[in-house]
Design a protein around this ligand. Structure first.
Ligand code: PLP
Length: 373
């Protein structure tokens, strides 16, 4: 190890919690303690019995309240995380032809899944350079518009708005945005996510807030002659969700920690509280970067700079990877850049669980490290 890699950051500069990863992300100790407290009555019990089903019901009701869902919207859940939900969507959410806004790794993946599906038309993909986002273009034969609330690979967020005049469904990948960004539920038909980001739980589950139009689409396609694997069948997921169950066995700890996080958000004022924490962290981060002589926000347009995942470029003579390594050696972890983006940058999660003061401390640590390189 070179001497710079052994830089010891003074304890008084360190954040109270050193987890800044974009997923799996920081889980609050209160959530872990609550899980342990229910250890012998909840963990290791049947997911078909009242205890666990009650917890699933708490999650569904809690999300309904958090997002202020209009009458008729339903909360669906199933196993496999967002990636499996994309596959399920190719069976039961897209009739024939979808349009995808592609502006990073995650948004491009759903388009790729659709392109590979032999029963669907090739998707229409609208791209924009990394660090920006494209806009939907209303087309008559598009039956689903695939948007992404926050592109986790680049740190770009976009406002969720139903394209004016669109007749197709609006489906939003909100995996990293949900809970950390404001959203108006009348602007989407399906807002789906996994719990390992703003909801501070573990991966492996998907959740989808569905409008009556999305439910109708699921029912219509499930009744059609399209072959669908049962584990990706959204009608089966719908029927099970209505009973506060999943089709096959879920991870019970994931559901428990998710329920705790939703309750924490709702008890403190709901989405304006949780997204407010992320907004506060983001203000601290981007204000620092704009004032710094060695760091700049990667995203040019301030309105597109994410409140939940910040990407910061570093001057070429300062190796961001080395900074991330030194931070890690000091217990401040997962600030590494998204590898495929290939930039000299740090990526910093600012999900609601992360204390804004800890973001400020992290930046003091970065200043310290850069000053001692
Ligand atoms: C993390 C992430 C995914 C992938 O989620 P999995 O649960 O791992 O499948 C998809 N989309 C976005 C925007 C993400 O941030």
């Amino acid at each position: 190890m070179s001497s710079s890699e052994t830089i010891k950051i003074p304890a008084e500069l360190l954040p109270g919690d050193g987890r800044f990863g974009s997923g799996p992300s920081k889980i609050r100790m209160e959530q872990l303690h609550a899980l342990v407290a229910d250890g012998t009555t909840y963990m290791g019990t049947s997911h078909r019995q009242a205890t666990v089903r009650h917890k699933v019901g708490e999650v569904r009701e809690g999300l309904r309240a958090l997002f202020n869902l209009p009458e008729g919207y339903e909360v669906l859940l199933g196993n496999g995380g967002t990636t499996c939900f994309w596959d399920a969507a190719t069976f039961h959410l897209i009739s024939r032809h979808s349009q995808h806004l592609s502006f990073g790794e995650f948004s491009s993946k759903f388009a790729a899944a659709v392109k590979a599906a032999p029963h669907l038309c090739d998707p229409q993909v609208i791209e924009s350079p990394v660090g920006t986002h494209p806009l939907a273009v209303v087309e008559e034969d598009v039956d689903l518009y695939a948007l992404t609330h926050n592109e986790t690979s680049t740190g770009v967020m976009m406002e969720i708005q139903r394209p004016v005049g669109a007749t197709g469904l609006v489906a939003v990948d909100a995996t990293s945005g949900a809970g950390g960004l404001m959203v108006d539920p009348t602007q989407f038909d399906c807002y789906y996510f996994a719990p390992q980001k703003s909801f501070a739980s573990d991966g492996g589950l998907w959740l989808a807030l569905c409008s009556p139009a999305a439910i109708e689409r699921i029912e219509t396609l499930a009744a059609s002659d399209r072959w669908t694997p049962a584990s990706l069948d959204l009608k089966i997921a719908l029927d099970n969700s209505r009973l506060n169950q999943t089709y096959n066995t879920p991870a019970l700890a994931t559901i428990h920690m998710l329920a705790s996080q939703i309750k924490w958000m709702n008890d403190n004022g709901g989405l304006s509280f949780s997204s407010g924490r992320s907004r506060q962290s983001a203000e601290i981060l981007y204000t620092w970067a704009e004032a710094s002589d060695f760091a700049t926000p990667f995203v040019n347009n301030p309105a597109h700079r994410s409140n939940v995942v910040g990407t910061i470029d570093f001057r070429p003579d300062i190796d961001a990877t080395l900074i991330a390594k030194i931070l890690r050696a000091n217990g401040v972890v997962d600030t590494d850049p998204y590898r495929k983006l290939g930039r000299n940058q740090l990526r910093i999660a600012m999900f609601p669980s992360i204390d804004p003061e800890d973001v400020a401390s992290l930046l003091a640590c970065v200043n310290y490290v850069v000053g001692h390189l």
